[in-house]
Design a protein around this ligand. Structure first.
Ligand code: ZN
Ligand code: ZN
Length: 181
C-alpha cells in the first residue's frame, strides 16, 4: 500500500518546491517571470494573471505554508482548515492533460494563490488523516533550511534533495572521526 494517493504526492512535492524557493539566500520567487517558471516546472494548470499583485499573494502564501510545515499536526489543522475555508474549497475529481484522476477543490478561474493554497491544503489533509505528519521534514544540515518529504519506509530521510547536504555531512562526520583517531 502506498502511503498517499499519487496526486497527494505530486501536490506535496510541489509544496516542497514552493517552500524551498524561499529557503536559500537567493529567493527563487522574486519576479513574475520566476513565478511563471515555477508554475511551468510544476505543470500547474489554470489561469495566471502574471501581475505583481499575484506574485505578492503567492509569496504571502509561501510564508504561510512554510510556517504550517514547521508546526505539529494539531497546530497545523486550524491553519489548513482556514486555507480551505477562505478559498471556498469544493473538492471535485477531475482528469485533464495527461494527469489521471485527481482532486481540484477550486475552480480554474479562482486566484492563483487560492488554487495553490487549496492544493497544498488538500494534500496536507491527507497527511494529517494518515497520521504521517512527521514525514514533513526540514533538512538536518545546519547550513540548510530546505524542507523535504520523507517517503522512506523507516522514516530515515534526513537531508533535502539538493544533493549537497547528505554528502557534506558525511564528509564532516568522516573528518570528525579521523580527528578523534
Ligand atoms: Zn489538475
Ligand atoms: Zn539541505
Amino acid at each position: 500500500m502506498p502511503l498517499f494517493a499519487p496526486d497527494t504526492v505530486t501536490s506535496l512535492t510541489s509544496l516542497v518546491n514552493l517552500i524551498n524557493t524561499g529557503t536559500s539566500p537567493v529567493d527563487g520567487l522574486i519576479t513574475v517571470a520566476d513565478l511563471a517558471e515555477f508554475l511551468a516546472t510544476e505543470r500547474f494548470s489554470g489561469f495566471v494573471a502574471g501581475t505583481p499583485a499575484e506574485l505578492r499573494d503567492v509569496r504571502q502564501l509561501r510564508r504561510r505554508l512554510t510556517e504550517i510545515w514547521g508546526l505539529e499536526d494539531h497546530a497545523a489543522v486550524p491553519e489548513i482548515n482556514s486555507l480551505l475555508r477562505s478559498a471556498r474549497a469544493l473538492p471535485q475529481l477531475v482528469k485533464h492533460d495527461d494527469w489521471d484522476y485527481h482532486i481540484h477543490a477550486t475552480s480554474p478561474d479562482a486566484s492563483l494563490s487560492d488554487r495553490l493554497g487549496t492544493e497544498a491544503a488538500m494534500a496536507l489533509v491527507d497527511v494529517v488523516r494518515s497520521r504521517e505528519w512527521n514525514r514533513l521534514k526540514t533538512c538536518a544540515s545546519p547550513e540548510c533550511n530546505n524542507v523535504h518529504l520523507d517517503l522512506s519506509r523507516n522514516r530515515s530521510k534526513k537531508f533535502c534533495d539538493s544533493g549537497n547536504c547528505g554528502n557534506r555531512e558525511n564528509v564532516r562526520a568522516y573528518r570528525a572521526r579521523q580527528a578523534v583517531i
